[in-house]
Design a protein around this ligand. Structure first.
Ligand code: NDP
Length: 270
């Protein structure tokens, strides 16, 4: 990305700019926003961070979004979730101009994705696709099972896998006999937040397993981050396994930056 950013700067004299809005002091959000800022700077992008108090009114937040929409130095806007309960996340997401919606959550971008048209696509699903591509996992005609149907991971990921001609099954908390469904997967993606839910016996020998989930547990008095997959058991059966932490997490940030560069290119008419 750094090379592409440099080239874009040379061609347009524009530096891609990402504005991140953080409301309140959620520790996980603070870490993500900090890492995003660092990654932006490393890639040669401009990073503006707006840290707002938890009691900010929705109107003031929307006014900030309006200012950033109109700011020509800002090409991407990310409103970090969760927002405090008095703010409607949908109202805020819909206020971000679709061309600057680098999270891909605006209804227009969601619609474009499901229609197979060009838009901005959510970052975690993009990161998963990049991991599968890098590991050279064949997708055409394969059975892909996603556990978790959220708007930010499961549903957009299903669309991306369909684009690559996988046969996609989207599972959730009411799926019957989830282990059996998972055992049919050539590609198994877990995105639930349920600690070590996916056991070794749920995995087809040789399958590619992507662990998107984030969970925490105490080990020897220390809090350790893990994922949805029972890693040790999975490694005995799976053909390959992406780690959590260290897999979809960093890839999400990389894809956010890639979306920002893409948004800047489009805004520059490139
Ligand atoms: P949500 O809570 O929005 O969705 C969780 C999904 O998992 C739901 O569809 C839910 O089903 C399903 N689910 C929960 N429990 C079970 C179960 N026992 N069996 C089957 N399905 C179950 O979470 P997100 O999609 O936002 O995130 C999922 C996980 O991925 C979290 O751990 C999150 O922290 C992580 N994450 C990681 C990112 C990264 O950068 N690495 C980015 C985004 C998320 P139902 O719909 O029926 O309730």
């Amino acid at each position: 990305l750094k090379g592409e950013v440099t080239q874009f700067l040379q061609e347009t004299a524009m530096q891609p700019g990402l504005a991140v809005i953080l409301v309140g002091d959620n520790p996980a959000s603070q870490v993500y926003v900090r890492n995003t800022g660092k990654a932006c700077v490393e890639a040669g992008m401009r990073s503006d961070q707006h840290v707002l108090p938890a009691d900010i009114t929705q109107e003031d937040l929307l006014n900030l979004v309006d200012r950033l929409n109109a700011d020509p130095a800002i090409h991407g806007i990310l409103v970090q979730l969760p927002l405090p309960p008095h703010i409607n996340p949908l109202t805020v997401q819909e206020r971000v101009w679709p061309v600057k919606d680098v999270d891909g959550f605006h209804p227009l971008n969601v619609g474009y994705l499901s229609m197979g048209r060009e838009g901005l696509v959510p970052c975690t699903p993009l990161g998963v696709m990049e991991i599968l591509k890098d590991a050279q996992i064949p997708l055409l005609g394969r059975q892909a099972v996603i556990v978790g149907r959220s708007n930010i991971v499961g549903k957009p990921l299903a669309q991306l896998l369909l684009r690559e001609h996988a046969t996609v099954t989207l599972c959730h908390s009411r799926t019957r006999d989830l282990p059996a469904v998972c055992r049919g997967a050539d590609i198994l993606i877990a995105a639930t937040g349920q600690k070590r839910m996916v056991r070794g016996s749920w995995i087809k020998p040789g399958a590619a397993v992507i662990d998107v989930g984030i969970s925490f547990e105490e080990q020897n008095g220390k809090v350790k981050q893990g994922g949805d997959v029972d890693t040790d058991a999975a490694l005995e059966v799976a053909g390959c396994l992406s780690p959590s932490p260290g897999g979809p997490g960093p890839m999400t940030i990389a894809m956010l930056l890639r979306n920002t560069l893409l948004a800047a290119r489009r805004q520059a008419g490139k």
